[in-house]
Design a protein around this ligand. Structure first.
Ligand SMILES: Nc1ncnc2c1ncn2[C@@H]1O[C@H](COP(=O)(O)OP(=O)(O)OP(=O)(O)O)[C@@H](O)[C@H]1O
Ligand code: SF4
Ligand SMILES: [Mg+2]
Length: 337
């Protein structure tokens, strides 16, 4: 069974259950090269509520981007349920996601490479409008772009510039302008600030929060930076090797994590006292992440978990949802007060 965090009186925008993403990869480790299946997302299920920011964290390669791309239909996936707003997309072919694309947009990690270098700002930002409202005149498109640029803190003077003529922060503002020009309900942000300087990161996060307030946006915010996720999120999902380990309100998850992996991630964050930092990093998050081509049996975290026992190595823990809606997939969760 897939869990859903219950938050009364809030409208659910997305319901997803048992979402799976599989890639065909070439395996050249044996004598004969062969094709194998890599399951990057393994049965993830959750609800997304109107107006919230859901942070998604986990180490590199745990499937964050694959999950986001599958949610918006950019890559194939399977699921037992995938409902966006009023649309049932559970078994919908990728080419037929047009109905939801207007309401659900994405902002990508690398601002420069996510913008077409051959197009100027006017063309880049107006592109979704031209697709969804083909009847608009050139003047109407230009006016809409200028209004949107102003919303993201850019002036009309950048209208005819190309991506390479702008800074990383400006390019990310262009990416956000392109994402909001259709007035979507949801934006999936895949590491939107990790390629930027720290000072620019803060500005972009501030901008996203401001847009969220002004436009009643719902955000999915992917990052491997726990401090950023803590700052911006209402709820946080922790992923490991394609699976959801824990999902809960930001405050309880950061103050009293239930899953040993979440605790290990938190303890691995650099602390002011370097003696503590060195000790905790080595003792709690040691060992390499296993290959997703050969994931461990039972609990996928058992090869790195200090609490693992024979049951963990043998049986996959089911996600349990507590009365306050906190979800944890662990045989021996940490005790929460
Ligand atoms: N197009 C693809 N073909 C084959 N394997 C892929 C493809 N894209 C991703 N993968 C693999 O799927 C797994 C999950 O990758 P994904 O990019 O979703 O992780 P991530 O959590 O976003 O990582 P990062 O934090 O580095 O961005 C990884 O093992 C990755 O190598
Ligand atoms: S199920 Fe076992 S190995 Fe997995 S996180 Fe819980 S205690 Fe650790
Ligand atoms: Mg990624």
């Amino acid at each position: 069974m897939n869990p859903a965090v219950s938050t009364p009186n809030k409208q659910i925008l997305l319901q997803v259950r048992d979402l799976r993403v599989r890639y065909q990869v070439n395996d050249s480790t044996g004598f004969w090269p062969k094709t194998r299946q890599l399951e990057a997302v393994k049965g993830i299920g959750f609800d997304l509520y109107e107006g919230e920011t859901l942070g998604i964290v986990g180490e590199s390669g745990c499937g964050k981007s694959s999950l986001a791309k599958a949610l918006i239909g950019l890559i194939p996936s399977t699921s037992s349920q995938l409902h966006w707003l009023d649309h049932d997309l559970t078994k919908t072919a990728i080419g037929r996601w047009g109905s939801v694309r207007r309401d659900v947009q994405m902002v990508f990690q690398d601002p420069l490479s996510s913008l077409d270098p051959r197009l100027n700002v006017l063309k880049i930002v107006s592109e979704p409008l031209r697709t969804h409202e083909p009847g608009l005149t050139a003047d109407q498109l230009k006016a809409a772009v200028i209004e949107t640029l102003n919303k993201v803190g850019l002036e009309e003077s950048v209208l005819y510039r190309y991506p390479h003529e702008m800074s990383g922060g400006q390019c990310q503002r262009i990416g956000i302008a392109r994402a909001i020009i259709l007035r979507p309900k949801v934006i999936l942000c895949d590491e939107p600030v990790s390629a930027l300087d720290v000072s620019i990161q803060a500005q972009i996060i501030q901008l996203l929060r401001q847009l969220q307030r002004e436009m009643n946006l719902t955000l999915v915010f992917i990052s491997h930076d726990l401090a950023v996720v803590k700052h911006i999120s209402h709820r946080v999902m922790v992923m490991y090797l394609g699976k959801m380990m824990e999902l809960g309100p930001k405050d309880t998850l950061f103050k009293q994590p239930a899953h040993p992996y979440t605790q290990a991630l938190l303890d691995a964050v650099p602390k002011a006292d370097p003696r503590n930092e060195r000790h905790k990093t080595l003792s709690l998050l040691s060992g390499d992440i296993p290959s997703p081509l050969n994931p461990p049996s039972g609990c996928v975290f058992h090869t790195r978990c200090t609490r693992a026992d024979a049951q963990c190595a043998d049986q996959t823990p089911l996600a349990q949802t507590s009365a306050d809606g906190h979800v944890c997939a662990c045989w021996h969760p940490l005790v929460r007060a």
